[in-house]
Ligand binder design. Structure first.
Ligand code: SF4
Ligand code: MG
Length: 315
C-alpha cells in the first residue's frame, strides 16, 4: 500500500481541572493512502478534531508516531519539518471564525505564499487571482473583506488559503457542517474536483456518516478517543459490524422509507464523561449487545476482513 500518512499508537491527552485527564485520542493507529479520501466520523467529543489538528502539527501528541511520506514528522530537522508543515494543511468548520475579519481576502490567501516566500510582486498578485478562480471566486474579490461573503463563499476562501502553499494532504474538519444544505453539495463538488486537479489526499471529518458516504474511499468511526471500526465506504454501509456504527447508520434518514429495512436503533443515555470513560469497551454503557466481558476487557483492534477492522468483543 502506498501510504501518505501513517499514524502509530497516537495519543493526545489533556490535563483538565482537578488532576483529571481527557484521553482525546487514545492509542489510534491508521494509515491514510495517497490519493484517497479518508472519512473520519464521530459525535462531538469523540476526538476526531483533536486527531486532525495533531496530524497537521497544530498540537503535539502525548505519544506515538506520525509518519508522512515515510518520514517521522516528530523527528525532523527544521528545514524538512517546515516543508512537511507546508504540505499538510487544514480547513476548518467555521470559515467565519477562521478568517481574520480585518484582512482583505487577497491578503488572507497570501499569508502562506508570504510565509514560504513562494511568490512576490506581480507573480504574487497573479497567484492570488488564480487561486480565487480555482475555487469559483473572482479576482476582484481579493479586495473585499470576509464579511462581504456568504458562508459557502467563505469556505471557498478557506480552501483557497489552504491551496496557496500547494499542499498534498488536507484535513477538512467538518468543512460543510455549518453550511446550508443547498450549499453543502457545491463545496463537496469543489473539493472532489480539486482533489483530482491538485493531486490531494483528504482526511474528511464529519459528525455524521451520511456526510462522508459519497466522498470517502474509506471510513473510520471514533468514539471517546478510540477507533471503533474502519472499512471501505461500501462495506461500512452494507455491512456495519460495530454496534455504534450500526446505531449511527440507523439514524440516517432514508430516501424512501417504505423500502428501508433498517430499524432505527436508539442509543441509551448520553455519551459518558470523557474524563471518566467506562472500563473495558467505552461504548458499553450505551451498547444494546453489552456482555460481561465488555466491562472487564478493552476489545482489541481486529481485522475481520481484508479491508475491515473492528474493536468489539462480538467479533
Ligand atoms: Fe458492545 Fe461489547 Fe462490542 Fe463494546 S465490545 S460494542 S459493549 S458488544
Ligand atoms: Mg470538532
Amino acid at each position: 500500500q502506498d501510504n501518505l500518512v501513517e499514524i502509530r499508537s497516537l495519543k493526545k491527552y489533556f490535563n483538565v481541572k482537578d488532576g483529571q485527564t481527557v484521553k482525546s485520542v487514545d492509542d489510534i493507529s491508521i494509515e491514510i493512502r495517497r490519493g484517497e479520501t479518508f472519512g473520519l466520523v464521530g459525535e462531538s467529543g469523540s476526538g476526531k478534531s483533536t486527531l486532525g489538528k495533531t496530524l497537521v502539527g497544530l498540537q503535539s501528541p502525548t505519544s506515538g508516531e506520525i509518519i508522512y511520506n515515510d518520514q517521522n514528522v516528530l523527528d525532523l530537522d527544521r528545514e524538512t519539518a517546515r516543508n512537511v508543515n507546508k504540505e499538510m494543511q487544514i480547513i476548518f468548520q467555521d470559515p467565519h471564525a477562521s478568517l481574520n475579519p480585518r484582512m482583505r481576502v487577497g491578503e488572507i490567501i497570501a499569508e502562506g505564499i508570504d510565509a514560504y516566500k513562494l511568490a512576490k510582486g506581480k507573480q504574487r498578485t497573479e497567484r492570488i487571482y488564480e487561486l480565487l478562480e480555482r475555487v469559483g471566486l473572482r479576482p476582484e474579490h481579493a479586495k473585499r473583506f470576509p464579511h462581504e461573503f456568504s458562508g459557502g463563499q467563505r469556505q471557498r476562501i478557506g480552501i483557497a488559503r489552504a491551496l496557496a502553499v500547494e499542499p498534498k494532504f488536507i484535513v477538512a474538519d467538518e468543512p460543510i457542517s455549518a453550511l446550508d444544505v443547498s450549499i453543502q453539495a457545491q463545496v463537496i463538488n469543489l473539493m472532489e474536483e480539486l482533489k483530482e486537479t491538485e493531486g490531494l489526499t483528504y482526511l474528511f471529518i464529519a459528525h455524521d456518516l451520511g456526510m462522508v458516504k459519497h466522498i470517502s474511499d474509506r471510513i473510520g468511526v471514533m468514539y471517546l478517543g478510540k477507533m471503533m471500526e474502519l472499512s471501505n465506504s461500501d462495506d461500512m454501509f452494507r455491512n456495519p459490524l460495530h454496534p455504534y456504527t450500526q446505531a449511527l447508520l440507523s439514524a440516517i434518514p432514508k430516501a424512501n422509507p417504505r423500502t428501508a429495512k433498517r430499524e432505527r436503533i436508539v442509543l441509551m443515555g448520553d455519551p459518558p464523561s470523557p474524563t471518566n470513560p467506562p472500563s473495558g469497551c467505552r461504548f458499553r454503557t450505551r451498547c444494546p449487545h453489552a456482555m460481561d466481558i465488555c466491562a472487564a476487557k478493552d476489545p482489541e483492534w481486529k481485522q475481520v476482513e481484508d479491508e475491515h477492522w473492528v474493536a468489539c468483543h462480538l467479533y
